[in-house]
Design a binder for this molecule. Structure first.
Ligand code: HEC
Length: 125
């Protein structure tokens, strides 16, 4: 009987917070996105893949140690995708914490960045 309270007592508050956040994201995600994920029909995923391979892969490749969300790793993306494409795109154009604007490649057009984000999202839910 003492086992469960002891475990909760010994768990760091931050860990509990992260678990609760993940739980909320997982529970609300299907309602926000529907079961098939976001609608990406407006984007050119093939072109996005090229941009990803040239620029974004430097930080977003699975297995890298950077804090960037890894393409293909669903749990990295669930809560991010739930923010909606508009937020993801605005963070990608303008930068977001350690994510540099346009992934640090100012030569990319808005269109190219949009397609790259859509490609990354399409591989990550
Ligand atoms: C120098 C490393 C780096 C490069 C290159 C990079 N990113 Fe990121 N990116 C990050 C980091 C770090 C984060 C996480 C930021 C955070 O959540 O604090 C991130 C987050 C993101 C997110 C999620 C934003 C959100 O709202 O959660 C998207 C979308 C994204 N990057 C798209 C791109 C695209 C598209 C490219 C290529 C054009 C790119 N990134 C290139 C480091 C990078």
């Amino acid at each position: 009987m003492l086992f469960i309270p002891k475990m909760i007592y010994q768990t760091q508050p931050l860990t509990i917070f992260i678990h609760i956040r993940r739980l909320i994201a997982l529970l609300t995600f299907p309602f926000i996105m529907g079961c098939g994920g976001p609608d990406l029909s407006a984007f050119d995923l093939a072109k996005g893949k090229q941009v990803y391979n040239n620029t974004c892969i430097a930080c977003h490749l699975k297995g890298m140690s950077s804090v960037a969300p890894k393409v293909g790793n669903e749990s990295d993306w669930t809560a991010r995708i739930a923010q909606g494409m508009d937020t993801l795109l605005s963070h990608s154009f303008n930068g977001f914490n350690e994510m540099p604007p346009k992934g640090g490649n100012a030569d990319l057009s808005d269109e190219e960045v949009k397609n790259a984000v859509a490609f990354m999202v399409s591989k990550s839910y």
